[in-house]
Design a protein around this ligand. Structure first.
Ligand SMILES: *C/C=C(C)/C=C/C=C(C)/C=C/C1=C(C)CCCC1(C)C
Length: 251
């Protein structure tokens, strides 16, 4: 028999609603970034492809996460972290591609990738292996370890290598875009640890009574902001640079 529950979006369930709209938004964004590649100059095509891959990988995971959530009513933790382990390193690749012209090395790219994977591995242990009922000790230890990776990326984007390379690029458009991406990492990425702390045993779970169904709400909203937002920043930079290159040629 077909389980109709998983075909309908319960109208009083905001989590299910954001899984569905998140899926649609990611899919639409992927198609947009992919087709817009033909409008930017060659040196920006790879950046746009990476933007499209980030939202496309997320769209596929949302398709499965939505079904998982509707069928079980539980957090699709494993699918969530598989998605992030593929897409967050790709967001780090965007930083590398944007600063490459200013001399960014492959080692910078790998450092950011390793820091982000570190962040996600400990976050996964913190969420998936927390004993039944939720241990605050477990949540805090792995939350803390995970945050170290987050701080590394944050530091690099604001004050470390990425920021310095953007400054030395002598290109105000690149500087501005890297700064906007750094704001995404500071504000948009900060939504995730808030969601994490809603899990049983987490600080917000204990202090405010926020629960695991909130976690997906936080994650879904944050994913849409960050993945599509990152892509749009890269897109508008690429379009802007393509136009100014053309103007230089015709001048
Ligand atoms: C597209 C997905 C993105 C940008 C995911 C980002 C995820 C984070 C920044 C997660 C951070 C976490 C901490 C800093 C501590 C608690 C555990 C995490 C993994 C939720």
């Amino acid at each position: 028999m077909i389980n109709l529950e998983i075909l309908a979006i319960p109208k009083d369930d905001p989590v299910a609603f954001t899984f569905f709209t998140g899926y649609m938004a990611m899919m639409a964004a992927s198609i947009f970034f992919f087709f817009e590649r033909s409008r930017v100059s060659d040196k920006w095509k790879l950046s746009l492809l990476v933007s499209a891959l980030i939202t496309f990988i997320a769209a596929v995971h949302y398709y499965y996460m939505r079904d998982y959530y509707l069928a079980t009513g539980e957090n699709p933790t494993a699918l969530r972290y598989i998605d992030w382990t593929l897409t967050v390193p790709l967001m780090c690749v965007e930083f590398y591609l944007l600063t490459k012209a200013a001399g960014a090395s492959k080692s910078l790219m790998w450092k950011l990738i390793i820091a982000s994977v570190w962040m996600l591995v400990f976050g996964y242990i913190g969420e998936a292996f927390n004993p039944e009922g939720g241990s605050t000790m477990h949540s805090v230890i792995y939350g803390f370890l995970s945050t170290l990776g987050y701080i590394y990326v944050l530091y690099s984007a604001w004050m470390g290598e990425v920021a310095k390379l953007a400054d030395s690029s002598n290109n105000p458009a690149i500087k501005k875009s890297v700064r906007i991406l750094a704001w995404f990492v500071l504000v948009g990425w900060a939504i995730y640890p808030i969601g994490y702390m809603c899990m049983p045993g987490g600080w917000l779970n204990i202090s405010l009574g926020w629960n695991s169904s909130n976690v997906d709400l936080f994650y879904n909203i944050a994913d849409a902001i960050n993945k599509i937002g990152f892509g749009l920043v890269v897109y508008s930079l690429a379009i802007g640079q393509t136009h100014s290159d053309k103007n230089l040629q015709t001048a």
